[in-house]
Design a protein around this ligand. Structure first.
Ligand code: NAD
Ligand code: TYD
Length: 353
């Protein structure tokens, strides 16, 4: 089996579902602390599947991680668990240091102890795949070439700094101890089960609820969007064939300014679920105060993962965003249930002013 951390979150749950479909013969042990971002409902379709074992626990709990590794003997760890929202990292960076840095350190140490004691064949086959972000590279100017794997690390937010720190730990555990690691640095994901604190799902759920669509600053910040299932297939490709100690940038070749994303979401909603008053959802767009230290542009050069592993995204932005909007329209109960008291408190903290 494989051990997945953070498998009840947005990308982790998509990965677990994807893995069970792609590798029905190999079980998933899913360790997740079920923070505000973790949701077991994302995994509801796996009810009764003996190939999915869920453990409610924290990656900073070394005794728990040791016990899981000893008991289940996974051949790989795919590490998603993290605090992942930049705006939350600005309000409260402590949780990011704790989970993203200390949590990754704990997993690396547990993995090292486990791996060191394995027999030769199991030791050679073992993998620790660390899922990271393009935000570690900092911000690009309008004319700069997209991030390659050798771009210097220049993280600007508490979130990206904590992810950068975790990437460095992973690198060092390979270089110093020989732990068989792989790192992926991916651009912004979107798709089903995306928690509605992030741009795309927030715009969809606010639009449908008749609420303002809050665009930070001028809305001309650029992100490079990848459909989440394409991220999952990239991780599977890197796990299967990635060279040890290497990093792989993963992206969709889809650079878009935020305002264009919001216009696209509005146009799709206008088509699929028009407002009763006949007006466009665009009329709900509101420009609000910019995020402090807001990175202007991210873009990924994904040629290495294509050249070495033959991976390319299956979705274009147009096909992926249509599927995403349709998913939210078809899953109003999921949306309603994730909008708990804690979610409402966050919205109040971030957007009240
Ligand atoms: P998410 O916030 O939706 O989910 C994180 C999951 O980790 C949740 O299920 C949460 O309960 C769990 N978790 C948090 N702290 C934990 C802890 N201490 N112990 C165990 N579980 C814990 O995040 P996501 O968007 O799915 O991102 C997953 C990973 O991918 C992260 O490492 C993130 O940095 C990376 N990433 C995300 C994006 C993106 O666009 N969302 C892009 C590139 C990389
Ligand atoms: P987000 O989804 O938080 O991802 P990240 O900051 O990790 O890239 O934000 C994507 C972009 O959208 C980012 O430039 C910030 C912007 N944004 C808004 O304009 N309004 C919002 O309400 C949110 C959540 C994000």
């Amino acid at each position: 089996m494989i051990l997945v951390t953070g498998g009840a979150g947005f990308i982790g749950s998509n990965f677990v579902l994807d893995w069970r479909a792609a590798h029905p013969g190999e079980a998933v042990l899913n360790l997740d602390a079920l923070t505000y971002a973790g949701n077991r409902e994302n995994l509801a379709s796996l009810a009764g599947d003996a190939g999915h074992v869920f453990v409610h626990g924290d990656i900073t709990d070394r005794a728990l991680v040791d016990r899981l590794l000893a008991e289940h003997q996974p051949r790989a760890i795919v590490h998603f668990a993290a605090e992942s929202h930049v705006d939350r990292s600005i309000h409260g960076p402590g949780a990011f240091v704790k989970t993203n840095i200390e949590g990754t350190y704990t997993l690396l140490e547990a993995a090292r102890a486990h791996w060191s004691a394995l027999g030769e064949a199991a030791k050679a086959a073992f993998r620790f795949l660390h899922v990271s972000t393009d935000e570690v590279y900092g911000s690009l100017g309008p004319q700069d070439a997209p991030f390659t794997e050798t771009h210097p690390y220049e993280p600007n937010s508490p979130y990206s700094a904590s992810k950068a720190a975790s990437d460095h730990l992973v690198r060092a555990w390979h270089h110093t101890y020989g732990l068989p690691v792989l790192t992926t640095n991916c651009s912004n994901n979107y798709g089903p089960f995306h928690f509605p604190e992030k741009l795309i799902p927030l715009m969809i759920v606010n639009a449908l609820a008749g609420k303002p669509l809050p665009v930070y600053g001028d809305g001309l910040q650029v992100r490079d969007w990848l459909y989440v299932k394409d991220h999952c297939s990239a991780i599977r490709a890197v796990l299967a064939g990635g060279r040890l100690g290497e990093t792989y940038n993963v992206g969709g070749w889809n650079e878009k300014p935020n305002i264009e994303i919001v216009h696209t979401v509005c146009a799709l909603l206008d088509e699929l679920q028009p407002r009763a008053d006949g007006q466009s959802y665009r009329s709900q767009i509101t420009h609000v105060k910019d995020r402090p230290g807001h990175d202007r542009r991210y873009a990924i050069d994904a040629r290495k993962v294509e050249r070495e592993l033959g991976w390319r995204p299956a979705e274009t932005f147009e096909t992926g965003i249509r599927k995403t909007v349709q998913w939210y329209l078809h899953n109003p109960q999921w949306v309603q249930r994730v909008q708990s008291g804690a979610y409402r408190e966050w919205v109040q903290t971030q957007y009240a002013a």
